[in-house]
Design a protein around this ligand. Structure first.
Ligand code: ZN
Length: 67
């Protein structure tokens, strides 16, 4: 069962468009490398940055526009 807590996941799932980009990225890595799922340093950086950015946007949405 695939699950992610990001806004993208809820939006896409509720509208029937499939997985969020986190899960899509993970599945792509799994299918391209059957034996191991291994992030290169640059891929890992982009992945973590996307997760941090999601959380940052959620916090901003919850607390209002701080900028
Ligand atoms: Zn996600």
């Amino acid at each position: 069962m695939d699950y992610c807590s990001c806004n993208d996941y809820y939006f896409r799932t509720l509208s029937g468009q499939g997985l969020c980009y986190h899960l899509g990225f993970a599945k792509e890595k799994i299918s391209s490398k059957v034996d191991t799922v291994r992030f290169s340093d640059s891929e890992y950086y982009d992945f973590v940055r996307s997760v941090i950015n999601d959380n940052y946007l959620m916090i901003r949405n919850e607390t209002g526009d701080l900028a």
